[in-house]
Design a protein around this ligand. Structure first.
Ligand SMILES: Cc1ncc(COP(=O)(O)O)c(C=O)c1O
Length: 511
């Protein structure tokens, strides 16, 4: 391969003629080009008998691409595509996934060999699932919150990680894995280089859940991606910040601190043996697109988001989180994730999200017709927006116009601004009574949330966004946790993981 490095040495992306190929895309096109008669599953046989509803949703082309290649053809094409992805991200290995970064997080945890793992407290609920699967004891590191009152996690600090690892070795344990998230839900990236140094000094590999960072290697103005600054394993969702359908994700490994073959075995054990090939092929295609023209696409996207930030920040009652407000260096901030505080508009973020999704004269008393706009998420005071290479400038215009309209509502409708302490309360450390796996398999009973103080949770209780469990199975439901969860439900946050999503009741370990 002729390697041409990108401008920054942190970005070992290789440009090569090989990257103009997309082996998985080509394998499916080849099958279709032969007009092969299908005597195999999937049973729709190229879409012949699907109902009109599914055809309207997916179209003939998608259905005709859901084919069954010979195992050898499928494996060879997949391996070639994964090798190209590994080269594009500067990794040693890449594994394509159908079940998102969620599947990647579970697989990496199930592949780690130790009883002890160090886990950032702002980890996604899928990491918790990994802990239930592996049975490991988590040692939590509490993340730092932003300095601007947005209520946003900035990830973990190297000193806090060092302290946790040092404490563990003082007890005679070595952690089998450090598991953390970067970028966080607001686009703030941790100092992965320093964190990797700390983890490695303690003889522990570092895994970064980089679900939101698949685009990072492809533009010099974006933060460095985890594999380029020392992570041993990174998990990323191609479907989030790249042009791939939901579920498409990748696990990367670099170096020999983590056994890539064991991860591969776990992925084979836990994923379907009947992969939806167009999803895997979409990762192949996204890699080709980003290597060949990602820089130009991201140039335009960065311009779009810069203009959106300027226009939104000029709206009375609206604040847009910038790196300096959050307290992160600009080079560790992904501007494509927009956190828009709407606390000054007199409605919660969740209420505004609902108004934006309802087209027509929905914006308060304005009577203004507006198109439906769907944001990525919302909480009590913020809207969370992802701007990607696929975002249309018209949709950004619609968001700006809608928020301008809302800012003209009568002042008397304003409510006191939100204080941002809910996130802090939700992320607070809790007493761990047993491991998540022990709690998962223990005898349980259901009690009203209000009467659960002092009991041990049997289930993860995860307010969305951003999908970080406030209480893990095996943790004590203390008074602060119950109060924070009660407030999260009252503010309209969606609760994931618990059997009762209204949280009128919770599932706890039997006394
Ligand atoms: C930090 C983080 N990790 C993992 C995931 C899960 O990713 P996926 O939807 O690809 O399974 C999410 C989803 O939002 C996330 O925010």
């Amino acid at each position: 391969m002729t390697a041409v490095a990108l401008p920054s040495s942190d970005r070992p992306v290789l440009f090569d003629a090989a990257h103009s190929a997309a082996p998985l895309v080509d394998a499916i096109l080849h099958y279709r080009g032969l007009e092969t008669g299908a005597l195999h599953v999937p049973g729709h046989a190229g879409g012949r008998t699907v109902g009109s509803g599914l055809r309207a949703l997916l179209g003939n082309t998608f259905l005709a691409s859901d084919v069954w290649l010979t195992p050898a053809d499928a494996t060879n094409a997949r391996r070639e595509a994964e090798a190209l992805a590994a080269a594009a991200w500067g990794a040693d290995t890449a594994l394509f996934l159908l079940d998102g970064s969620s599947g990647g997080n579970r697989a990496v945890h199930l592949a780690q060999p130790s009883q002890h793992v160090v886990v950032a407290r702002d980890s996604h609920t899928s990491t918790l699932a990994g802990l239930v699967l592996s049975g490991a004891t988590p040692h939590w590191v509490t993340p730092r919150l932003d300095e601007g009152g947005f209520g946003i996690s900035l990830g973990i600090d190297p000193a806090a990680l060092d302290e946790t690892l040092t404490g563990l070795s003082a007890q005679g344990h070595r952690a089998g894995l450090v598991s953390m998230v970067s970028p966080g839900y607001a686009g703030a990236c941790s100092d992965v280089r320093a964190l990797a140094d700390v983890a490695h000094r303690h003889g522990t590999p570092l895994m970064v859940d980089e679900a939101w960072g698949a685009h990072l290697p492809f533009h010099p103005d974006l933060p460095a991606h985890a594999i380029s600054v020392g992570a041993d394993v990174a998990v990323t969702s191609a479907h989030k910040m790249l042009a791939a359908p939901s579920g498409a994700a990748i696990i990367f490994t670099k170096g020999d601190r983590f056994d890539a073959d064991r991860i591969s075995r776990v992925v084979q054990m836990t994923q379907t043996t009947s992969p939806l090939l167009p999803v895997l092929a979409s990762i192949d295609d996204a890699r080709r697109t980003m290597v060949s023209r990602g820089r130009g696409l991201l140039d335009r996207t960065l311009e779009l988001v810069a203009s959106a930030r300027r226009r939104l920040a000029a709206i009375p009652g609206v604040r847009v989180a910038e790196a300096e407000d959050l307290g992160v260096p600009a080079e560790r901030f992904d501007p494509l994730r927009l956190v828009i505080s709407v606390a000054g508009l007199g409605l919660t973020g969740l209420e505004i999200e609902k108004l934006l999704r309802t087209p027509g004269p929905g914006l308060g008393t304005s009577g203004l017709l507006h198109p439906a706009v769907a944001v990525e998420g919302a909480d009590e005071s913020n809207l969370f927006v992802a701007i990607t290479t696929g975002t249309s400038p018209d949709v950004v215009d619609a968001l700006v116009t809608a928020l301008r309209t809302l800012s003209c509502r009568p002042r008397r409708l304003l409510r006191p601004a939100w204080d941002g302490r809910l996130v802090e309360a939700l992320l607070a450390p809790r007493t761990q009574v047993c491991t998540p796996r022990e709690a998962h398999f223990a005898a349980t009973e259901t009690v009203p949330l209000a009467q659960s103080v002092g009991r041990t949770s049997a289930e993860p209780i995860t307010p969305y966004p951003p999908g970080v469990p406030a209480v893990m199975p095996g943790e004590c439901l203390d008074g602060d946790a119950v109060a924070a969860l009660t407030r999260a439900v009252a503010s309209g946050m969606h609760i994931h993981g618990s059997a009762d999503p209204t949280l009128a009741t919770v599932c706890v370990l039997r006394d």
